[in-house]
Design a protein around this ligand. Structure first.
Ligand SMILES: [Zn+2]
Ligand SMILES: [Zn+2]
Length: 286
């Protein structure tokens, strides 16, 4: 198999694009892919203050590296959820990434809010998602950032969408756009620069660029049923995932009434925000 661009030995056969590429041509191809996507969907602008949420995994490490390569400036945020070795190893990877890219790394520890994820027995994954969203938004706003970028991939978006549509929770669909503008002064814009990029593409870029990243899922991660369905369809219909996420054009409506948490003052859907509800249950310092 030879590189379609330069004729050298190919390392990647990209079925969704019907092209084989060598290592150097792949890195260039990936950069252009992300750059085009950011322009097309106006995901990020070079004029804004960008905070990148990094986890130590391949996707967010690839995101940080490629954004730097295509000329974006940003700071990174790592949220230490207190999940034993998993969090410790992940933190080490983001510290290495920060040294490599020469980008400032901010670290927030969930334990400063009085609890850690392993203490949220039984429903750690939904607690984890709520805690991450809360801390990201609050940290970004309090530190003057205009937008938080996360490393969600095309597979994340497609599987999350299918799962929620199947569960008849269409309201979730609007959380899956490449960019969501704030609907309130307390909310910071959210961006997903890799929303049409696949996990394999990120993995290959991370490996070829020798980026530090931790492999393996969190021990609390749910069974990836919907992801596996997405992988299966992609296997039979190469290009499905990309076409699927490109087709998600949901109008984002402003909530009719914005409410604020009576405890912490952040955005809430009721009297108390979902993060404070969790804190009141698990945190001794609450
Ligand atoms: Zn080549
Ligand atoms: Zn609250």
């Amino acid at each position: 198999m030879k590189c379609k661009k330069c004729g050298k030995k190919a390392v990647a056969n990209l079925r969704a694009y019907r092209i084989s590429l060598c290592a150097d041509c792949y890195v260039e191809f990936y950069k252009r892919l992300v750059e085009r996507s950011i322009k097309k969907y106006k995901i990020l602008s070079k004029e804004e203050q960008i905070l990148l949420a990094v986890s130590g995994g391949k996707d967010s490490s690839a995101m940080a590296s490629v954004l730097k390569e295509i000329g974006f400036e940003f700071e990174m945020l790592y949220i230490d959820l207190g999940i034993g070795d998993y969090s410790r190893d992940s933190k080490q990877k983001v510290e290495e990434l920060s040294d490599l890219l020469k980008v400032r790394l901010n670290i927030v520890e969930l334990k400063d809010y009085g609890f850690t994820i392993p203490q949220a027995r039984g429903r750690v994954c939904s607690v984890c998602g709520t805690a991450k969203r809360y801390i990201m938004n609050r940290f970004a706003r309090e530190n003057g950032f205009d937008v938080v970028a996360t490393g969600h991939t095309a597979e994340d978006i497609a599987s999350f969408y299918l799962k929620n549509i199947a569960g008849n929770q269409q309201a979730f669909a609007e959380k899956l756009l490449p960019r969501i503008e704030p609907f309130d002064a307390k909310v910071v814009a959210r961006a997903r620069p890799l929303f049409e990029i696949s996990e394999k593409e990120n993995m290959l870029y991370a490996i070829l660029k020798k980026l530090p990243f931790k492999s393996g899922e969190c021990l609390y991660a749910p069974k990836p049923d919907w992801k596996e369905i997405v992988y299966d369809i992609e296997l039979k219909k190469p290009g499905f995932v990309k076409n699927f996420v490109r087709g998600l054009t949901v109008e984002v409506k402003k909530p009719s009434e914005t409410r604020y948490c009576s405890i912490c003052g952040e955005i809430a859907s009721g009297d108390i925000c979902s993060f404070c509800k969790i804190r009141s249950k698990f945190s001794k310092s609450f």
